[in-house]
Design a binder for this molecule. Sequence first.
Ligand code: DMJ
Length: 451
Amino acid sequence: MKASICAGLAALAAALTAGGPAPTPAAVDRAALTAQVRDELRHAWRGYERYAWGHDELKPVSRTAHDWHRDSLLMTPVDALDTLLLLGLKEEAARAKGLILEKLAFDRDVPVKNFEITIRLLGGLLSAYQAIGDPRLLGLAEDLGTRLLPAFSSPTGMPYMYVNLKTGKTSGTKSNPAEIGTLLLEFGTLSKLTGQPVFYEKAKRAVTELYARRSPLGLVGEEIDVETGKWLSPASHVGGGIDSYYEYLLKCARLFGDPDCERMWAESLKALNAHLADETPSGLWYGQVDMNTGQRTATEWGALHAFLPGTLALGGDLDHARRLEDSCFTMWNLRGIEPELLDYRRMQIASPEYPLRPEIVESAFYLHRFTKDPRYLEMGRTFFESIRARCRTDAGYTELKSVITSEKGDLMPSYFLAETLKYFYLLFSEEPVDFEKVVFNTEAHPLRRTW
Ligand code: DMJ
């Protein structure tokens, strides 16, 4: 047996049995944790206000700012606004809204990533509009959605990766299921709220064209050419590049009652369970296979994959959801915080960074809502305390370059405020969420079925 495999098995054994039988955890004080999450949101937002005001994101170690493009598109304020509102930080929310209304403009000569701008900005503006009712927010969303529409002008209808907000020029023929299939909640909601069907139609065609190109096994690959419709990579998994494609099939069915989405979700789920699910001594995982042969090509799972227990729970499969979240928790406990990627067969970390990702918390939230099992509150407390201990700085929160060495990076991604802190709050608080009427987009922006 190779030395690396021995080391991996030893790490697995340590993770599974560390310190003998686990002590009974102290009861989770939900009110105290909810208050702490609010304090940490205030801390993170204050860092943004002090050192990155008007920019996209905060670099909390150097106390400077990061912009994605030549001009800032206010990623953090737009992404954070509905979280500030939900957690009752009224003055901070008013300042975020004021900045957005004063400065946010999309008449910019910059190529943007259609997917990222849609989930963060379009989703954030729509959700803030639904929360506050200020028509100027819907006006911004409509302007943005209209400027993104040229992205769908490929011969297949699957969007190019980039579109210039001013000129409409597109680029990026190589795309992936996540970037093609994670648009319908936002574009569809824009259609419902403005009465213009074009947004729904374009985003729906994109996902339908992608689904039509699934393999005979019912799986999608990792990379596709949006002009020719040919697959460029047959790697099929539920991690980055594919993840939220599956999430949106289910959520589109729930938000819009769209029977095509319902059918695509049900068929896709069967294929995932038949070919990706991997029962191992360390638990249930969903690994990587070749989309055409079903042959296993990698045994990797990571922080992005960890959305799946939540989506399975929302779809009603609590058995797989529970067991998968247990596997995620094993991954977290290997180093006391989750790595970006883990080889789950060898229990070896394949990518050691932790960029403040929310997915594992999101899944704990859904599982707790559907099972009421206090285990998920305990998990959430572990996640929250680890992040606070290892990622907090005087000026906000930062990503980790390595969960092994705890070396810090220098970025507070906008999704930390949009998602990570929001899901902690939703997990610990008793905030009512009507899952029949509210669907969270993949950036955790709640979209309400008001139509
Ligand atoms: C977020 O922008 C979204 O959740 C997206 O679907 C995946 N990546 C980040 C968070 O990890």
